[in-house]
Write a protein that binds this ligand. Structure first.
Ligand SMILES: Cc1cc2nc3c(=O)[nH]c(=O)nc-3n(C[C@H](O)[C@H](O)[C@H](O)COP(=O)(O)O)c2cc1C
Length: 198
């Protein structure tokens, strides 16, 4: 059974990324799959330092959530033309055991017309060792304050985003199913080459 974990990667306690994550979570459930949200603005991981975590139970809870997920949506705001530290920190705390050969839909969020930097940054540099599989499709939710607010679309662009989200979530669920057949073999082979090539 699909278990989609939607990760809201803003560090703000109340964020537009969380709004988008909640909307996506709801749409995944509408498609008949299980989904839940992990909000990195509320479930705050300490910055990885190599030292033991002050709160081990928090790390274990997040690890269990990631292990349990069969696919992910990363909802990531663009901050100063970058992905915020919270998503990089998550990808430093956890790795191939949680992410390898699982599909991920990238969803960038911008209050304005940004978002593309987040997509290229994560596609460019975050998958080498954890072997996460980004879908070829992605989302960029621009002018996020004006969309995905209520049950009905507020206009043409809101309607476009809602249709686009449903379209790409169907891809995600198909990849989820397909990669579940590949993952056990791929994980076994990884023992010979635990790190990707630089
Ligand atoms: C520190 C900071 C830097 C930001 N830099 C950008 C940016 O480079 N590009 C952009 O489109 N929006 C930028 N924004 C605005 C975000 O798009 C906006 O806060 C949006 O709501 C997504 O962030 P949130 O999920 O934290 O709410 C920035 C916001 C913050 C807090």
């Amino acid at each position: 059974m699909h278990q989609v974990l939607v990760i809201a990667a803003s560090q703000q306690k109340a964020s537009q990324s969380r709004k988008v994550a909640d909307y996506i979570n709801h749409q995944v459930e509408n498609l008949g799959a299980n989904a839940s949200v992990l909000d990195l603005g509320k479930t705050v991981l300490p910055l990885w330092s190599g030292e033991p975590a002050p709160d081990k139970s928090l790390i274990n809870t997040i690890r269990d959530q990631l292990n349990h997920a069969t696919s992910f949506v990363f909802v990531v705001p663009e901050w100063n033309g970058m992905a915020p530290p919270a998503i990089k920190n998550l990808l430093t705390w956890f790795g191939a055991d949680q992410f390898a050969h699982k599909p991920v839909l990238l969803c960038a969020v911008s209050a304005g017309q940004g978002g593309a930097f987040v997509i290229s940054e994560l596609r460019g540099s975050s998958y080498k060792n954890c072997r996460i599989c980004y879908l070829p499709e992605h989302l960029i939710i621009r002018s996020v304050g004006n969309v995905l607010e209520g049950v009905s679309p507020m206009g043409k662009s809101d309607n476009y985003y809602r249709n686009r989200i449903d379209f790409v979530l169907k891809d995600l669920l198909d990849y989820d199913l397909a990669l579940s057949t590949i993952r056990p073999h791929a994980l076994e082979r990884m023992e010979d080459f635990p790190n990707g090539m630089s």
